[in-house]
Each structure stands twice: as C-alpha cells, then as structure tokens.
Design a protein. Sequence first.
Lengths: 207, 202
Amino acid sequence: MSRELSARDMERASAYLDDPLTSRARAAFELRLISEPSLARALAELRETRALLRRAPQRRVPRSFALKAEMVSSVQKPLFGGWSSMNFVSAAATLVLMLVFAGDIWATGLPSFGAAAPAAEEAPQALMAQEPAAEDSALTSTPPAEALEGAGEIELYAELEADRMFKDETQFDLRLFLADYANSIEFGLAVIAIGAGAVALWQRRKA
Amino acid sequence: MDEEQLILGAQQGDLDAFNRLVTSYQGLAFNLACRLLGDAAAAEDVTQEAFISAYRSIRSFRGGSFKAWLLRIVTNGSYDELRRRQRRPQTPLEPDPRNGEDAPEPAWLADPGESPQELAERVELSMAIQRCLDMLETEFRAAVVLVDVQGMDYAEAAQVLSRPVGTVKSRLARARARLQLCLQGFVELLPDRFRLNIEGTR
C-alpha cells in the first residue's frame, strides 16, 4: 500500500507521473521501481487516482460572465484596500485625540498625579492658616518655606487668571483653551474613536 | 485579434476586448471556483466578482500568463469566500446527498450524446470527487484542482497559487495520497469503468 511509503517517496512518485523530474532522478526512480514492488504499486495507485480526477466532468457555464458598463462603473472601489468610512472616522479621531493630548501637555505640563495640583489648591488654605500665627509672632519669626511657596503659587495663579481674563476679552489663546477644554475634547474623541472602530468591526463581520 | 491585443485593448478601457477574454476563460474560471467551493451558486458570484476585479486591475498586469493571473484572482476570491463561510457557517439550500437528500437534476452535466445511464455514472463520479475534494485543506485542494482537474502544469499552478514549484509539488503529492484513500471509500458507489484498478495492482 502507498501508505507504507515515506512522504518523500510519495512526492517522487507523484512528480514522476507528471514528468518534472530530471533525467537522472527519473532513471534512478525507475531503477527503484524494478526492485521495490511496494513503490511500483503505490505509483500505479497514484496513476489511477490521477486518471480518475482528470475524468472529472467539467461544469457548463450557467450564464455569460461578460461585463456590462454599469457593472464596472456602479460599484465604487473601496479606498485604501477596503477601508470603510467608519475606519477612517476611527483613525482620524485617534489622530486628533493624540494631537489634543499633546497640546494638553504643552498647555498645562505633564500631569503630576496628585502632587503639585493638590499643593497648589491647598496653598491658599495653608497661607490662611498661617496668617494668625504670622500676626502673633510678628517680626520675630519668618514664615515657613511651604507657605512662601504656596504664596508664590497664588501669585502665579492670580497672574494667570488676570492674563486669562485679559486675553479672553481680547484674543483667542490656544494654550488657555486647551487648559480649559482638553479633557472634555479628549473624552469626546475617545468615545468617537472607539465607537467608530466597533462599528467598522461589526460591518466587516457582517460583510 | 490575439490575446495580447485584447489585453492591451482592455488596459486602455475597451470593455468589448475584455469581454472577449471573459468568453475565453469563463469556463475555466467558473469550474475552478466550483471545485474549490463545492457550490455552484457561490462559484457564480465569485467568478463574476473576479472578472470585475480583473477588469479594474488589468492595468497592473505586466505580461506573463494572463490565464495564471486571472485564475489567481479567482482562487483568492474563493479563499475569501471559504474564510467568510468559516466565520459565518450557513446551511446550504441545495440538497446534500450525504444526508440522504436527493441530488438535483444534473442539467449542467447533460450531454446530448450520452445515455441516461452514462449521465448517472458521470454524476456519481463528479459527486464522489467533489466530496473527497471538500475533505482536503484549501491549499491541498487548490493544488490538485489546478493540476489534476484543470490540467495545468506545475509552473502554471505555482503562478496561480503564488507559491514555489516545490511547494506545489509536495502539496499535490499529499493531496493525491489523501484523495486516493478517500476515493477508495467510494469505490462501491463508482461505476465499473471509473473504479480504481487498485485490486489489480496489488
């Protein structure tokens, strides 16, 4: 049986039938056919199988596949290898999200995750708490370093606020705009990117 | 007009020239899709889509075998259809003889010159072959359909499949071995003149 043959011998026997072996390989194979009955039997079986497959009836064409002008013009070729509009929306939203995020960092600095911001918020309170003590001790003691730092931040804050109010009235400032609205824009863009991506995936599966 | 001129005309947007190529190759394309998919209706769709796609991209054809280029589009379309089916399995509308359902009237096989007996035998043979082909993995099926059923040589089949000749050779050998085992299972169903003469070779 052919099942006893190695895969390599099976491949050689199959190629021998179709004649793509070199004359030397062919001669060597024919010598083996004489001395190995199992190989000769496997070859005969393969030949029968091939003959049977070649007799497989061909189907008649059910209709003409000739193209009509409207068939070629009506179906629009999808852009960029079949990307749907949802793919583009998702990709564009992701791109804009990255730009806004970068702008947000540019406008407000890298987020410090709970260190600087609370300190800035607490600074006025810290200063208020220090005020009575400062009055009591009058000139005898200097304010603590933290309070000074807090006071410095308040001044900076006030400056920024004044600047913001002035600029609000005069001209558009991208930095202030991003500081105010970046989080909302980022959230909106993330929702659009994820939503459009999900719709595109669903459309692809549906197709 | 020879094939080269028709291709040139089609590349310049001449739909009539392209349709003459369609007429020449539609039988081959449809039969390839049919054997790969085992479903005439799906093969019809894949063949039509393949010709539309071929017309649109014919400017990218840079010479060589047009037949191989066209059949590569048909093969890829058939692969896509098979992948789609794997994702979304469907119940075929056509009766399945494996489930005891009757085969449809084999009008597509009818040859005015043959007797009903001969027609029935050819239908049996075609069904046995298709059932065995359906059991093969897609890559093996494609190799055996191109070489043994469509009569292509190794180099042409390698072009269609975009694989080296050596790969086609080994896939074909393995596909033939598996088909041989499968067809032996149908030996009782096959008419005498189609039976594998394996007993005699033992």
